[in-house]
Design a protein around this ligand. Structure first.
Ligand code: GLC
Ligand code: GLC
Length: 634
């Protein structure tokens, strides 16, 4: 039989690859869009335009990124590997300008970082922009940080060093100064349909019966009245952030263009901001409605067709049961977010540190989270640029004998630093007297006790604070997922009270924990492992370096949260086919111990402690664990 030689001509390959990728994701995309928009009068036209958009973006995709697409199609677990660790910063606060990013990559590589999140970097509105989350132009970089060219050079420099780049894409709202919003405001009906505008307050009032206020303090309510256009506009967050109308397929089309254009500029991870709020339904909280997940699956599919190297991080700071679907559950299994913030883990770490009791943490993480996820993993973190909301449900609190409201109020007082005996220093964020809800701001180090310990020059307390910081990081580095280090936490940077003097920030205590990078301290820390910041820096560096060598910490390896039977200890086993690694953390300032038999029973038969790379010996059949111990035992 005559053999047909496959054509290897480049342009042919280009078309074939596109066709194959389109076939792979066709159903994932169109089944969602049919359901979301199929009844819309303009659906046929929308479908043609979307196809054109995808093809155009694919044709425009630079050659080096296409190569990366191939590589990541072959290694789809690239972001789940144990050598992945992220670092989150504001361009200006970290290094002044995008042009300076390449000079700082050595520092990040030395720390063990393989992923950087440039905090919102698209062009925001002037004045207060909610830290950049009020975007005026999605096609431009914030001029203070540089140009689109500078941005592309920065992503290229990162790529050359094996560092992936994450940027924010705000999907739920635009600034009211965005071109679309301005046209809507001027009365253009096409653009009015991009937003949620009402001639009187009948519907807004009905919606508000079930909505939850996000910024009750400085931006109460979820709607804003504009005299000039005689309209109420849906503004979930701040007045200047206008919610988009995702029920309009045109909004999907526009945002897909933005998404793919960022992908083609060398972005590896797109952080979809505030995704829970994208779909509105009367009589609900308008959070995490099923349509949010359909939209997110469709965006994921569009990206997999054009730019499979790119993954999606979904920001939904919600309860455990509500968060998991963002990682793709049920019909969306393996098809939605590749990453989502593990907010519960973060909250539980701080909760257990305050109470010196791990029972609530063990209960929550055992009850609500599966052993593994498909094509997805968590973004684990201790601190980020936002406040900490004490997301502990009444049911979970009751399960371990706590009163939900009481415990949440305790945590807010503890981390504000006003609870007697608290080691923390922080501030309140968005106290809502109507609901009693209080959230907190503060840097990792200040919340962990370092600021107070330094004020009282208490050497033992300083040691404890550093141990809390390092234990927390050892925990997020072994749990499964990409551990994210928030800028400055690697040096133990303290609260920055200077924000109170800046009128654009003074009302928003989240600026307390958005300090400027202190490069002198960074230099000293690298050189002097024994000074204060040096201990934090080198401690964290060791944690990330050791993590990178532990195959059991791959994101795809199942986790079992263990009942330690000891309220001081939180523990889990990462259960690889080759055997388990048991990770244990002592949340108290007292010595405790664990029976060797118990460790063996959970698969840690070799008693090889991976952080210190030593074989541990149990005296009298137990292993002693010092205050704030963190051990990874194989
Ligand atoms: C996200 C951001 C937060 C911002 C909000 C509104 O939650 O993390 O900083 O205020 O979205 O865009
Ligand atoms: C709310 C939102 C969350 C956002 C935060 C900002 O908690 O749910 O998305 O990060 O507000 O403070």
């Amino acid at each position: 039989m005559a053999k047909t030689t496959p054509k290897t001509d480049n342009s042919d390959m280009h078309a074939t690859l596109y066709a194959l990728r389109y076939d792979r994701s066709r159903d994932d995309l169109w089944q969602m869009l049919d359901r979301l928009y199929g009844d819309h009068p303009g659906y046929g036209d929308f479908a043609r335009k979307l196809d054109k958009t995808l093809r155009k973006a694919w044709d425009a995709r630079p050659a080096d990124l296409r190569l990366l697409d191939l590589k990541r199609d072959l290694e789809p677990d690239w972001f789940q590997r144990p050598d992945m660790a992220g670092y989150v910063f504001y361009i200006d606060r970290f290094c002044g300008h995008l042009k300076n990013v390449p000079d700082r990559l050595d520092y990040l590589r030395d720390l063990g970082i393989r992923y950087v999140h440039f905090m919102p970097c698209l062009k925001p509105r002037d004045g207060d922009s909610d830290g950049g989350y009020s975007v005026q132009d999605y096609a431009q970089i914030n001029p203070v940080y540089g140009t689109m060219k500078d941005f592309e050079s920065a992503t290229r420099a990162c790529r050359e060093q094996g560092i992936s780049v994450c940027v924010d894409l705000v999907l739920n709202h635009t600034a009211k100064e965005h071109d679309w919003a301005q046209k809507a405001r001027a009365g253009d009906p096409v653009y009015a349909d991009y937003y949620l505008m009402f001639p009187d307050d009948t519907l807004p009032k009905q919606y508000e019966r079930t909505l939850i206020e996000i910024f009750p303090d400085n931006a109460p309510g979820s709607f804003t009245w504009y005299d000039d256009c005689q309209r109420w506009v849906w503004t979930t967050f701040n007045e200047h952030q206008w919610d988009l109308n995702w029920a309009n397929p045109q909004v999907f089309l526009e945002m897909t263009k933005v998404m793919l254009s960022l992908a083609n500029r060398g972005v590896d991870v797109l952080r979809f901001d505030a995704v829970a709020f994208m779909w509105k339904r009367m009589g609900t909280r308008c959070q995490s409605e099923p349509e949010c997940h359909m939209i997110l699956q469709a965006l994921r599919a569009a990206c997999r067709i054009v730019a499979p190297a790119v993954i999606h991080l979904e920001e939904a700071i919600v309860s455990p049961a509500e968060m998991l679907p963002y990682l793709g559950r049920g019909e969306h299994d393996g098809k939605e977010g590749n990453l989502a913030y593990h907010n519960s883990l973060m909250v539980q770490v701080w909760s257990a540190l305050a109470t010196r009791d791990t029972r609530l943490m063990t209960h929550v993480l055992r009850t609500h989270f599966p052993a593994r996820l498909t094509n997805a993993t968590y973004a684990t973190y201790l601190r980020c640029h936002d406040d900490i909301g004490w997301a502990v449900t009444d049911e979970d609190a009751a399960a371990v004998g706590l009163n939900g409201a009481g415990h949440r109020a305790f945590l807010a007082d503890f981390y504000e630093g006003v609870f007697p005996g608290s080691f923390a220093k922080g501030e309140l964020f968005q106290h809502n007297p109507d609901t009693g809800d209080k959230r907190n701001s503060g840097t990792c180090a200040s919340l962990a006790g370092l600021e107070r310990a330094l004020e009282t020059a208490d050497a033992a307390e300083i040691d404890r604070a550093i141990d809390r910081i390092l234990m927390g990081h050892a925990l997020i580095a072994s749990f499964g997922g990409i551990p994210l280090v928030y800028m400055g936490d690697e040096l133990g940077l303290l609260n920055d009270y200077g924000y109170q003097d800046n009128p654009a920030h003074a009302f928003d205590s989240r600026w307390l924990h958005r300090p400027r990078m202190d490069w002198d301290t960074a230099l000293q820390a690298r050189l002097h492992p024994d000074n204060l910041s040096g201990r934090v820096y080198h401690g964290l560096r060791t944690i990330l370096a050791r993590r990178a060598t532990v195959p059991e910490f791959h994101g795809d390896i199942p986790i079992e949260i263990l009942e330690t039977g000891n309220s001081a200890l939180f523990g889990f086993a990462r259960q690889a086919p080759t055997g388990s690694v048991v990770c244990l953390f002592n949340f108290t300032e007292n010595w405790t111990s664990v029976p060797v038999g118990w460790l063996r029973q959970h698969g840690a038969t070799g008693l090889h402690e991976l952080l210190s790379d030593a074989i541990i010996r149990g005296e009298d059949g137990t292993i002693a664990l010092p205050p704030y111990a963190r051990v990874w035992i194989r």
